[in-house]
Ligand binder design. Structure first.
Ligand SMILES: [Zn+2]
Length: 214
Protein backbone atom coordinates (compact mmCIF):
# COMPACT_ATOMS: atom_id res chain seq x y z
CA UNK A 1 0.00 0.00 0.00
CA UNK A 2 1.45 3.37 -1.02
CA UNK A 3 1.10 6.03 1.66
CA UNK A 4 1.50 9.53 0.31
CA UNK A 5 3.71 12.05 2.14
CA UNK A 6 2.07 15.42 2.75
CA UNK A 7 4.20 16.95 -0.01
CA UNK A 8 2.43 14.82 -2.65
CA UNK A 9 -0.98 15.78 -3.98
CA UNK A 10 -2.98 12.51 -4.30
CA UNK A 11 -4.36 13.62 -7.66
CA UNK A 12 -0.81 14.19 -8.93
CA UNK A 13 0.31 10.72 -7.81
CA UNK A 14 -2.76 9.12 -9.41
CA UNK A 15 -2.09 10.95 -12.66
CA UNK A 16 1.57 9.81 -12.72
CA UNK A 17 0.73 6.22 -11.76
CA UNK A 18 -2.00 5.94 -14.38
CA UNK A 19 0.22 7.42 -17.10
CA UNK A 20 3.05 5.00 -16.26
CA UNK A 21 0.73 1.98 -16.13
CA UNK A 22 -0.90 2.88 -19.43
CA UNK A 23 2.42 3.42 -21.22
CA UNK A 24 3.79 0.18 -19.78
CA UNK A 25 0.78 -1.81 -20.99
CA UNK A 26 1.09 -0.35 -24.48
CA UNK A 27 4.85 -0.94 -24.70
CA UNK A 28 4.37 -4.47 -23.36
CA UNK A 29 1.83 -5.15 -26.12
CA UNK A 30 4.59 -4.30 -28.64
CA UNK A 31 6.77 -7.01 -27.07
CA UNK A 32 9.32 -4.51 -25.72
CA UNK A 33 9.12 -5.65 -22.05
CA UNK A 34 9.61 -9.45 -22.10
CA UNK A 35 9.40 -11.51 -18.90
CA UNK A 36 8.62 -8.64 -16.44
CA UNK A 37 11.71 -6.70 -17.60
CA UNK A 38 11.78 -2.94 -18.24
CA UNK A 39 10.80 -0.08 -15.94
CA UNK A 40 9.13 3.28 -16.19
CA UNK A 41 9.00 6.39 -14.04
CA UNK A 42 7.68 9.94 -13.82
CA UNK A 43 8.76 12.90 -11.73
CA UNK A 44 6.08 13.68 -9.15
CA UNK A 45 7.70 16.82 -7.72
CA UNK A 46 11.19 18.17 -7.02
CA UNK A 47 12.02 15.42 -4.51
CA UNK A 48 10.08 12.34 -5.56
CA UNK A 49 9.40 10.14 -8.57
CA UNK A 50 6.77 7.46 -9.24
CA UNK A 51 8.25 4.21 -10.56
CA UNK A 52 7.19 0.65 -11.37
CA UNK A 53 7.49 -1.86 -8.52
CA UNK A 54 10.09 -4.58 -9.18
CA UNK A 55 9.09 -7.79 -10.95
CA UNK A 56 5.56 -6.93 -12.07
CA UNK A 57 4.22 -8.02 -15.47
CA UNK A 58 4.36 -4.78 -17.48
CA UNK A 59 1.41 -5.87 -19.62
CA UNK A 60 -0.93 -5.89 -16.61
CA UNK A 61 0.08 -2.82 -14.63
CA UNK A 62 -2.38 -0.77 -12.61
CA UNK A 63 -2.03 2.13 -10.18
CA UNK A 64 -1.17 -0.30 -7.33
CA UNK A 65 1.96 -1.41 -9.20
CA UNK A 66 3.51 2.07 -8.99
CA UNK A 67 5.43 3.38 -5.95
CA UNK A 68 7.28 6.47 -4.79
CA UNK A 69 11.05 6.85 -4.48
CA UNK A 70 13.21 9.80 -3.46
CA UNK A 71 15.98 11.11 -5.72
CA UNK A 72 18.47 8.77 -4.04
CA UNK A 73 16.28 5.82 -5.15
CA UNK A 74 14.92 4.90 -1.70
CA UNK A 75 11.32 3.74 -1.29
CA UNK A 76 9.01 6.36 0.26
CA UNK A 77 5.75 5.48 2.08
CA UNK A 78 5.73 1.80 1.09
CA UNK A 79 7.44 -1.51 1.83
CA UNK A 80 7.44 -2.38 -1.88
CA UNK A 81 10.78 -2.76 -3.63
CA UNK A 82 11.46 -0.44 -6.56
CA UNK A 83 13.05 -1.75 -9.73
CA UNK A 84 16.69 -2.83 -9.38
CA UNK A 85 17.54 -0.11 -11.90
CA UNK A 86 15.88 2.74 -9.99
CA UNK A 87 19.27 4.45 -9.63
CA UNK A 88 19.39 5.05 -13.38
CA UNK A 89 15.98 6.75 -13.31
CA UNK A 90 16.81 9.00 -10.37
CA UNK A 91 20.16 9.85 -11.96
CA UNK A 92 18.30 11.09 -15.05
CA UNK A 93 16.09 13.30 -12.84
CA UNK A 94 19.09 14.63 -10.92
CA UNK A 95 21.25 15.32 -13.96
CA UNK A 96 18.70 16.29 -16.62
CA UNK A 97 16.32 18.96 -15.35
CA UNK A 98 14.17 18.69 -18.51
CA UNK A 99 13.47 14.98 -17.92
CA UNK A 100 10.01 14.40 -16.46
CA UNK A 101 9.53 10.82 -17.65
CA UNK A 102 12.10 8.01 -18.02
CA UNK A 103 11.36 4.90 -20.09
CA UNK A 104 13.48 1.74 -20.15
CA UNK A 105 12.65 -1.22 -22.40
CA UNK A 106 14.30 -4.45 -23.57
CA UNK A 107 13.01 -4.97 -27.11
CA UNK A 108 14.70 -7.48 -29.41
CA UNK A 109 15.90 -4.69 -31.70
CA UNK A 110 17.33 -2.69 -28.78
CA UNK A 111 19.00 -5.80 -27.36
CA UNK A 112 20.60 -6.91 -30.64
CA UNK A 113 21.72 -3.37 -31.52
CA UNK A 114 23.32 -2.98 -28.08
CA UNK A 115 25.46 -6.09 -28.67
CA UNK A 116 26.44 -5.12 -32.20
CA UNK A 117 27.37 -1.50 -31.44
CA UNK A 118 29.02 -2.19 -28.06
CA UNK A 119 32.31 -2.74 -29.93
CA UNK A 120 32.15 0.81 -31.27
CA UNK A 121 30.97 2.27 -27.96
CA UNK A 122 28.05 4.09 -29.56
CA UNK A 123 25.56 4.14 -32.41
CA UNK A 124 26.01 7.14 -34.71
CA UNK A 125 22.70 7.90 -36.38
CA UNK A 126 23.09 10.11 -39.44
CA UNK A 127 20.97 10.82 -42.50
CA UNK A 128 17.68 9.54 -41.14
CA UNK A 129 14.61 11.79 -41.36
CA UNK A 130 13.29 10.33 -38.10
CA UNK A 131 16.21 11.82 -36.13
CA UNK A 132 13.95 14.89 -36.12
CA UNK A 133 11.66 13.06 -33.67
CA UNK A 134 14.33 13.72 -31.02
CA UNK A 135 13.80 17.11 -29.39
CA UNK A 136 16.46 19.58 -30.53
CA UNK A 137 17.14 17.84 -33.86
CA UNK A 138 15.79 19.69 -36.89
CA UNK A 139 17.54 18.00 -39.80
CA UNK A 140 18.56 14.56 -41.03
CA UNK A 141 22.00 16.10 -41.64
CA UNK A 142 22.79 16.06 -37.91
CA UNK A 143 24.56 13.25 -36.03
CA UNK A 144 22.67 11.65 -33.17
CA UNK A 145 25.08 9.63 -31.03
CA UNK A 146 23.64 7.00 -28.68
CA UNK A 147 26.32 5.60 -26.35
CA UNK A 148 26.44 1.90 -25.47
CA UNK A 149 27.59 1.28 -21.89
CA UNK A 150 28.76 -2.14 -20.63
CA UNK A 151 26.14 -4.02 -18.65
CA UNK A 152 26.63 -4.67 -14.93
CA UNK A 153 24.49 -5.81 -12.01
CA UNK A 154 26.23 -3.15 -9.92
CA UNK A 155 24.24 0.01 -10.65
CA UNK A 156 26.71 2.56 -9.17
CA UNK A 157 29.23 1.52 -11.85
CA UNK A 158 26.75 2.31 -14.61
CA UNK A 159 25.72 5.56 -12.91
CA UNK A 160 29.40 6.57 -12.87
CA UNK A 161 29.86 5.89 -16.60
CA UNK A 162 26.77 7.93 -17.46
CA UNK A 163 27.93 10.74 -15.14
CA UNK A 164 31.30 10.70 -16.93
CA UNK A 165 29.59 11.05 -20.33
CA UNK A 166 27.52 14.00 -19.08
CA UNK A 167 30.49 15.58 -17.28
CA UNK A 168 32.37 15.51 -20.59
CA UNK A 169 29.61 17.81 -21.92
CA UNK A 170 28.39 15.33 -24.54
CA UNK A 171 24.72 15.49 -25.53
CA UNK A 172 22.67 12.60 -24.16
CA UNK A 173 19.16 11.80 -25.37
CA UNK A 174 19.26 8.06 -24.72
CA UNK A 175 21.73 5.27 -24.04
CA UNK A 176 21.94 1.55 -24.68
CA UNK A 177 23.29 -0.96 -22.19
CA UNK A 178 25.13 -3.87 -23.80
CA UNK A 179 22.97 -6.99 -24.11
CA UNK A 180 20.27 -5.30 -22.08
CA UNK A 181 18.12 -2.50 -23.50
CA UNK A 182 17.63 1.23 -23.87
CA UNK A 183 16.97 4.23 -21.62
CA UNK A 184 15.42 7.42 -22.90
CA UNK A 185 13.36 10.28 -21.44
CA UNK A 186 11.31 13.35 -22.24
CA UNK A 187 9.70 16.50 -20.90
CA UNK A 188 6.40 14.59 -20.69
CA UNK A 189 5.09 11.10 -21.46
CA UNK A 190 4.31 11.96 -25.10
CA UNK A 191 7.87 13.19 -25.74
CA UNK A 192 9.47 10.23 -23.97
CA UNK A 193 7.29 7.81 -25.98
CA UNK A 194 8.16 9.61 -29.22
CA UNK A 195 11.88 9.33 -28.42
CA UNK A 196 11.56 5.64 -27.58
CA UNK A 197 9.56 4.82 -30.71
CA UNK A 198 11.91 6.80 -32.97
CA UNK A 199 14.99 5.12 -31.49
CA UNK A 200 13.46 1.66 -31.82
CA UNK A 201 12.74 2.41 -35.49
CA UNK A 202 16.19 3.91 -36.16
CA UNK A 203 18.03 1.04 -34.47
CA UNK A 204 15.98 -1.41 -36.55
CA UNK A 205 16.99 0.45 -39.71
CA UNK A 206 20.68 0.37 -38.73
CA UNK A 207 20.46 -3.38 -38.10
CA UNK A 208 18.79 -3.94 -41.48
CA UNK A 209 21.47 -1.87 -43.23
CA UNK A 210 24.27 -3.89 -41.63
CA UNK A 211 22.52 -7.11 -42.57
CA UNK A 212 21.93 -6.07 -46.17
CA UNK A 213 25.36 -4.60 -46.75
CA UNK A 214 27.25 -7.52 -45.20
ZN1 LIG B 1 16.65 -3.40 -17.60
Amino acid sequence: MQELPSSVDPARFALCADAIAEAARELASLGWTPATSSNFSMRVNGELAAITISGRDKGRLGREDIMLVDMAGHAVGTRARPSAETGLHTQAYRRLPQAQVVLHTHSRTQSVASRLFAREGSVRLEGWELQKAITGYTTHESVLEIPVFPNTQHMPELVERIDAWLDAGKPLHAYLIDGHGIYTWGADMAEARRHLEALEFLLGCELDLRRLSA
